[in-house]
Design a protein around this ligand. Structure first.
Ligand code: PEP
Ligand code: MG
Length: 564
């Protein structure tokens, strides 16, 4: 049986499947649907049981949290545990259940109502905590319907993971050494699961439809991450084709340090990484440094303290051994969930509470990170980068916090460096305000993954609109061009760290726009370095001018194919 999807990370794999499906273990599991009313007595008993379960969970979190980030912060979990045992909660549950709501529905409704009250209270603090209450509501509902948070499978042998979907945190938490390939029902090739897979050199196909519901763990299967298909029980012919190919992780040959175009323009080719392990791989592949450290992966299980973050950045700097490291502040939200902050589920997470927006609200959490970056920057070449900026005001506010941290560290007598401060250009607003932003920023990095989705109004993870998602769409290119031009005018460097940076066909266009730094998923680094050396910037500029006047991505692609 063959499933067609989209290739998201190159390479092929043959092996046994391990299936991971969220919907079977979440609320609404078939044996116990959340919305079905089982009678008032039974529902009330379920509600009490759910309160007990979540209460115990919160106390565990408090205990764990005390070790990780101190008693004051961990105390918040105890606070929520107390709310749950408040007599009024049971009273409300009784009333809602008498009115016909299931225990799961009552749990969610009670917390939603309370969250609404908190939102209307004075001051931002309580409003912020309202999202925690909504999360509590979801936990109650899940517990009442007999569901459990899905548990990642533990891989015991090299396997192909077949899943309905995979959050970036789940992808990061898997044992990569035993992961032969990833086959996902949903997702797009610039979703974060796909980006991580590319970065780790694990073949991946996305948008495979119902693969995860038809495959059983242990079944033999094959995956092609270039062409984007997945085969359950491949026939002998197919096995031979797969076996004769280069199975597994993409091979690479490291290339010389910084490369130049034929006319001598030096282009820095760096890696996008999310962990120290990837830094080591990037270095082996000949990266000139790290152009994007996705720090959000440090926040996967809990809020990392300053020392923990400092140690993580220091470790990466040590691996990079003198090569530069661009640390992007936490880009939480969007498709990257963040259990430690218990963010509310949103209708439009990519348009919601995300990245710098969280940083500017959760100032304590943000400053912890800024302090860690400042301290680490005393150890090696470091840059700081803010994600999802939409206005000069946001950048100024973030820089003011950075300044505050600098002063604090001075007063405390702790060593710190002076990292340049730049921004991602990943919203149309930032591109259109690039002149004003360039006056405040030390560098730009074009985040074309998000810039494409926001410019074209196409969710980057939605396979149904995947055909519309194209960073070569001239609308996106024009925004990239105005940003690069504004940077050049202000005399600051502009680079790119979106996935487009790893597309060798687009490379002449990127150089033609004036980008001097490319940051990409590790496996493509040698190829991109090799290609740069064959190009000259004059003809790249002429090509870019032509591309910007084209009317569609198809026309741009045709132009690139005919180049030089
Ligand atoms: C981007 O949006 O292009 C980017 C590099 O950031 P991320 O993929 O982490 O959203
Ligand atoms: Mg982005």
């Amino acid at each position: 049986m063959r499933f067609e999807g989209t290739g998201a990370s190159p390479g092929t794999a043959l092996g046994r499947a391990v299936v991971f499906v969220h919907r079977l273990s979440g609320a609404g599991a078939p044996e116990n649907p959340a919305g079905v009313f089982l009678g008032a007595e039974e529902e009330l008993a379920r509600f009490r049981g759910a309160v007990k379960t979540v209460h115990a969970l919160l106390l565990d979190l408090a205990k764990e949290g005390e070790k990780k980030f101190g008693a004051d912060k961990a105390g918040i979990f105890e606070g929520y545990a107390e709310i749950l045992t408040d007599g009024e909660i049971e009273e409300s549950a009784r009333a809602f259940i008498a009115g016909g709501l299931s225990a799961a529905g009552a749990g969610q409704k009670i917390m939603e109502d309370l969250a609404g009250e908190w939102e209307n209270m004075e001051g931002p603090y309580m409003a912020q905590r309202a999202s925690d209450l909504r999360d509590l509501g979801r936990k109650l509902s899940l517990a009442a319907s007999g569901g459990q948070a899905p548990e990642l499978p533990v891989l015991s042998e090299p396997s192909i993971l077949v899943a309905d979907e995979l959050s970036p945190f789940e992808t990061a938490a898997l044992d990569h050494r035993l992961l032969k390939a990833l086959a996902l029902d949903s997702g797009g090739s610039t979703g974060h699961a796909a980006i991580l897979a590319r970065s780790l050199g694990i073949p991946c196909a996305v948008g495979l439809g119902g693969a995860s519901s038809l495959v059983k763990s242990g079944e033999f299967c094959a995956l092609d991450g270039d062409k984007g298909f997945f085969i359950l029980n491949p026939g002998q012919d197919e096995i031979e084709i797969f076996s004769s190919g280069e199975e597994g992780r993409a091979v690479f040959t490291p290339l010389p340090e910084t490369v130049r175009t034929r006319d001598g323009v030096s282009i820095s080719v760096c890696a996008n990484i999310g962990s120290a392990g990837e830094a080591a791989l990037a270095k082996e592949r000949g990266a000139d440094g790290v152009g994007l450290l996705r720090t959000e992966f440090l926040y996967m299980n809990s809020l990392p303290g300053e020392d923990e973050q400092y140690a993580a950045y220091a470790r990466i700097l040590e691996i990079l051994d003198g090569k530069p490291l661009t640390i992007r502040t936490m880009d939480i939200g969007g498709d990257k969930e963040f259990p430690a902050l218990a963010l509310a589920r949103e209708e439009n997470p990519f348009l919601g509470y995300r990245a710098i927006r969280i940083g500017l609200k959760e100032r304590g959490v943000f400053k912890t990170q800024l302090r860690a970056v400042l301290r680490a920057s005393a150890l090696g070449k470091t840059e700081l980068m803010f994600p999802m900026i939409i206005s000069p005001g946001e950048l100024k506010e973030a820089k003011a916090l950075f300044e505050e941290c600098r002063k604090e560290l001075d007063q405390e007598g702790l060593a710190q460096g002076r990292p340049p401060v730049g921004i991602m250009i990943e919203t149309p607003a930032a591109a259109l305000m690039a002149g004003e932003l360039a006056a405040e920023a030390d560098f730009f990095s074009l985040g074309t993954n998000d810039l494409t989705q926001y410019t074209l109004a196409v969710d980057r993870g939605n396979p149904q609109v995947a055909s519309l998602y194209d960073p070569l769409n001239p609308a996106v290119l024009r925004l990239m061009a105005v940003s690069a031009d504004a940077a050049a005018k202000a005399g600051i460097p502009a680079g790119i760290c979106g996935e487009l940076a790893g597309d060798e066909a687009a490379l002449p266009l990127l150089l033609g726009l004036g980008l001097v730094k490319l940051s990409l998923s590790g496996p493509k680094i040698p190829l991109i370095k090799e290609t740069i050396q064959k190009l000259d910037t004059d003809s790249c500029r002429a090509l870019a001018r032509k591309a910007l006047s084209r009317a569609s991505a198809g026309e741009v692609r045709a132009l690139l194919q005919r180049f030089p």
